[in-house]
Design a protein around this ligand. Structure first.
Ligand code: ADP
Ligand code: 5GP
Length: 217
C-alpha cells in the first residue's frame, strides 16, 4: 500500500469529534466505553469534575476531577465548563479547555454524560457532537445486570430501576440507538459508528485544499 506523504496527511487534517455515550444505569455504558478507549488510542475520555465522593478504585484526575462544592461553584462562575448538571444529588461538569484545544488538533473525546449534558453540548457544539444511546435488551435483563455487577445495595438498585424508565424516555434525543444484547456485537456497532463519523466531509478540514490540488490542470 502506498503510504500518504506528510503533505497529504497534513492536507487531510481532521477535526476531532465529541462522542457521547449515554444509557440508563446498568445497560453497559462503562463496559463499552472501556472497550472503545482500550482499543483506540485516537479517542480519549473527557474527564469531568464532580462534587461526589470518590468510590473505591477510582483515581482523581483519571475517572473524575474530584472537587469541593466551593471549587465547583467557582468553576461555574469562571465559565470553565462546557456544560454542567446535578445528577443523583451531586454536581457534574465537563471542563472546557482540554476539549476545545484537543478538537482543533484532531483529538476525539468520549463523554460519559447524562441526557441533560448531552442536550447542552449539542446546543453549543452541534457539528462536533455524535450522540449514541445504549438500551438494555429488556427491563428484566437490566435488573439482572445491576444485581450481577455487585456494586449497589438493594435500595440503590430499586432507585436505579425507577430512574431507568425516565432515562430511557430520552432515547429520541440521540443520533444512534444501539441495543446492548451481545456485548461484542454492541461494541462492533458502536465502533463502526465512530469510524464512519470520523470520515464525515465536514470534519475533514483539509479537504478543500487537497481537492483543489487534485483538480489543478
Ligand atoms: P453502566 O455503566 O451503563 O451502568 P456497566 O457497563 O457497569 O453499566 O454494566 C452493568 C453490568 O452488566 C456489568 O456487570 C457488566 O459487566 C454487565 N454487562 C454489560 N454489558 C453486558 C452484556 N451485553 N451482556 C451481559 N452483561 C453485560
Ligand atoms: P457516576 O456518579 O455514577 O459516575 O455518574 C452518575 C451520572 O452522572 C451518570 O449518568 C453520568 O453519565 C453522569 N455524568 C458524569 N459526568 C458528567 C458531566 O460532566 N456532565 C453531566 N451532565 N453528567 C455527567
Amino acid at each position: 500500500m502506498v503510504q500518504p506523504t506528510p503533505q497529504t496527511s497534513d492536507a487531510l487534517h481532521r477535526r476531532g469529534l465529541m462522542f457521547i455515550l449515554s444509557s440508563p444505569s446498568g445497560a453497559g455504558k462503562t463496559t463499552i466505553s472501556r472497550m472503545l478507549l482500550d482499543g483506540d488510542p485516537a479517542i480519549r475520555l473527557s474527564v469531568s469534575a464532580t462534587t461526589r465522593p470518590m468510590r473505591p478504585g477510582e483515581v482523581d484526575g483519571k475517572d473524575y476531577h474530584f472537587v469541593t462544592h466551593a471549587e465547583f461553584d467557582r468553576m461555574v462562575e469562571d465559565e470553565q465548563f462546557l456544560e454542567w448538571a446535578h445528577v443523583f444529588g451531586h454536581s457534574y461538569g465537563t471542563p472546557k479547555a482540554q476539549v476545545k484545544a484537543g478538537l482543533r488538533e484532531g483529538q476525539d473525546f468520549l463523554f460519559d454524560i447524562d441526557w441533560q449534558g448531552t442536550q447542552q453540548l449539542y446546543q453549543k457544539l452541534e457539528t462536533d457532537v455524535v450522540r449514541v444511546f445504549l438500551l438494555p435488551p429488556s427491563i428484566d435483563e437490566l435488573r439482572r445486570r445491576l444485581t450481577g455487577r455487585g456494586t449497589d445495595s438493594a435500595e440503590v438498585i430499586t432507585a436505579r430501576m425507577e430512574r431507568a424508565r425516565a432515562e430511557i424516555s430520552h432515547w429520541d434525543g440521540y443520533d444512534y440507538v444501539v441495543v446492548n444484547d451481545d456485548i461484542e456485537e454492541c461494541f462492533a456497532k458502536v465502533r463502526e459508528i465512530l469510524h464512519a463519523e470520523r470520515m464525515k466531509r465536514a470534519r475533514q478540514t483539509g479537504l478543500i485544499g487537497f481537492v483543489r490540488e487534485l483538480m489543478r490542470p
